[in-house]
Design a protein around this ligand. Structure first.
Ligand code: BGC
Length: 464
């Protein structure tokens, strides 16, 4: 009884922070929707504009190119104008991109529109985790930041559904244009949230920061936290060279390493090409392949919910290590399945089971935890820029994998291709074990001072 009322109090106290985080997480929804939607839309775009294979590839990857550029410039914007104004800008860019692509009279227009949408995705992908991590109380930060990953997975499923709904009328303009709705909701919602107290302090607005902190912590006793933030700000000067300085470099390696592993583990070959993989493994009909793909999307959402539940209890490292082991295992199963004779009915089912296990274990590990860690491991003064470096590398790696997957399939065959991704998961596991810090329950300032003191945040035990 006592515990229950305590808990209710805790939730009540933090309800404002949940609302603020959910509004910001709409960025993730747009990210997921706009990356997922093209898989269905491209079929009809190709028909309408009579696209060659190369033109198709350019249309699909335009978003990724925009995302790299958006991530590169967004860090600077987030540090200069604040997380809130950058989110507002993100919403505007998404809305403009959605309308422009829906109305595109010619291919070049469509490609430019997709690059604009990509900018929005680039901004969104780092500003939301960054902002949420800066307003969240340490004991809830993992779950709150991962709301953004949950929104990404919901956005992907929504995109599959909208593609399916409009396929009958070949409505690719609707598919692309409907993203304007969440963009408008994000744009309106962000007016009502405060800026991050850490960013306000970095601009010298101590009074304003105190007001925001009182509101999001539900207590007037925020002096200690203000002091802690100020101490973090006093440590270093913010400049690009600081991002690559000896003190920040270990954290930068962790962020960039995880960015590469998140993409080189092959997740988007599944998210973007799942129907083709299922057809390759024996599901002849397109609708069976689409249904199987939809189930993969749902598993992604459900297991992200599991991650949110446990990320602040078990910690980041156990989930990452366990998840990566599961990913390596499922990819080796998938590779083995493709060694079975093509006539074997087992092939299709083993492929489905392995892909489900693969996406599920990604969803409890590398999916949310990469975005979470890059929002918490960098010192305040360089957080925006350093997070944008890791985000940019993530989008660059995404582009590389998307452009090479089909070639790899032809060159190495499906078995070896999936084994290669499995091997990368094993390397990622070693990287995590030796280099990735545990950040559970620590304030951002504690994490920062640990890097300074030890050059690495203490690797805490794997047990909760
Ligand atoms: C990754 C995306 C991926 C998505 C799938 C995100 O964490 O960054 O590239 O499409 O997860 O759920």
């Amino acid at each position: 009884m006592f515990q229950l009322s305590n808990r209710a109090q805790l939730y009540k106290r933090n309800s404002f922070v949940y609302i603020v985080a959910s509004i910001s997480a709409l960025c993730g929804l747009l990210f997921g929707y706009d990356t997922g939607v093209i898989s269905g839309a491209i079929l009809f775009i190709q028909k309408e504009f009579a696209l060659s294979a190369t033109a198709q590839e350019i249309t699909v990857s335009a978003v990724l190119i925009g995302a790299i550029a958006g991530a590169a410039s967004g860090g600077f914007l987030a540090d200069l104008f604040g997380r809130r104004v950058t989110t507002l800008l993100t919403a505007i860019v998404f809305a403009v991109g959605a309308i422009a692509t829906a109305l595109a009279p010619m291919l070049s227009w469509l490609i430019v529109g997709r690059i604009v949408v990509g900018f929005g995705i680039g901004f969104a992908s780092f500003v939301a985790p960054l902002y949420i991590s800066e307003i969240a109380p340490p004991n809830l930060r993992g779950g709150l930041v991962s709301l953004n990953q949950l929104a990404i997975t919901v956005g992907i499923v929504l995109a599959y559904l909208v593609d399916y709904a409009f396929a009958g009328i070949e409505g690719w303009r609707w598919m692309l244009g409907l993203a304007v709705i969440p963009a408008i909701i994000l744009g309106i919602g962000i007016w009502f949230v405060p800026d991050s107290p850490r960013w306000l302090m970095s601009r010298g607005s101590v009074k304003q920061a105190a007001i925001v902190l009182r509101k999001i912590r539900g207590t007037s006793n925020v002096d200690y936290e203000l002091q802690e933030i100020q101490q973090g700000l006093n440590q270093q000067k913010a400049s690009w060279s600081e991002v690559f300085s000896a003190t920040v470099r270990p954290a930068l390696y962790v962020g960039v390493g995880l960015a590469i592993f998140q993409q080189f583990s092959g997740i988007n070959t599944v998210i973007y090409y799942a129907p083709q993989i299922f057809q390759l493994s024996g599901f002849q009909s397109a609708s069976a392949a689409i249904l199987a793909t939809f189930s993969v999307g749902i598993i992604n959402v459900l297991l992200t919910l599991v991650a949110i539940r446990y990320i602040d209890k078990l910690g980041r490292r156990p989930l990452l290590i366990g998840g990566l082991a599961g990913m390596a295992l499922s990819l080796s199963m998938l590779g083995l399945a493709f060694r079975l004779p093509h006539s074997s009915s087992a092939l299709g089912w083993i492929a489905v089971a392995s892909l489900m296990l693969y996406v599920g274990t990604f969803a409890i590990s590398l999916g949310p935890i990469f975005w979470l860690l890059i929002s918490e491991i960098y010192p305040q003064k360089v957080r925006g820029r350093a997070a944008s470096v890791a985000t940019m590398v993530n989008w660059g790696a995404n582009l590389l994998v998307s452009l090479t997957f089909l070639t790899l399939l032809n060159l190495l065959g499906p078995s070896n291709t999936f084994w290669l991704y499995g091997l990368i998961c094993l390397v990622a596991l070693g990287f995590t074990y030796f280099l990735v810090p545990e950040t559970k329950g620590r304030t951002l300032e504690e994490i920062e001072s640990q890097w300074r003191n030890n050059n690495v945040v203490q690797r805490s035990k794997l047990s909760p």
